[in-house]
Design a protein. Structure first.
Length: 179
């Protein structure tokens, strides 16, 4: 087609059609962890058995450190924090409780670690489960998450239902569902 002095060629443009996909991740909302720790601190400030004793709950990025005068009190701190985490909707699969560390003087410390992401062994377990299910999907391990692709959205939803029903060692969420 010629318009004036310029020639415009109508060329077909080819775009790669993106396949529907989603990511399987294991994430814990840091605000929920912070809220659970603050609720535990408020409860302990009002408890009679902790009046006048030294205790501390410190939240670092992915770790909650508990300190108390003796093993009984650090165990109580642990139970309260774990209870608050559970009430805030944090899966206990994402929580790793370390053994209490008791000093010779009787002071006790304990740490609670929050697991973020899917470890490579668990990711391989998830991809193996999906592969064994004979679904028409492809899986990729990308760092600490698993990407699932398929031509069919229905097939992806079937995979989501199957993975939800499977008992895994981590809590999983399904994010980034793309058409």
């Amino acid at each position: 087609m010629i318009i004036g002095k310029f020639a415009f060629l109508s060329q077909p443009s080819f775009y790669a059609v993106a396949m529907p996909s989603f990511d399987i991740v294991s994430q814990v909302n840091s605000m929920e962890i912070e809220n659970a720790v603050n609720q535990a601190k408020k409860e302990l400030a009002n408890r009679f058995d902790f009046k006048g004793s030294k205790w501390e709950i410190v939240l670092e990025k992915t770790e909650i450190k508990l300190t108390a005068e003796d093993q009984f009190k650090v165990t109580t701190l642990n139970e309260i924090v774990i209870g608050k985490l559970a009430k805030r909707g944090i899966s206990l699969k994402s929580v790793e409780q370390c053994e209490p560390d008791i000093s010779p003087l009787g002071h006790a410390r304990q740490s609670i670690k929050i697991k973020q992401g899917i470890e490579s062994t668990v990711a391989k377990q998830i991809t193996g489960f999906i592969r064994d299910g004979k679904f028409k999907v492809t899986t990729q391990i990308q760092g600490d998450e698993v990407r699932v692709n398929s031509k069919s959205r229905d097939e992806l939803q079937t995979v989501i239902a199957a993975v939800r029903a499977k008992e895994l060692p981590v809590a999983v969420q399904f994010v980034n569902f793309r058409d």
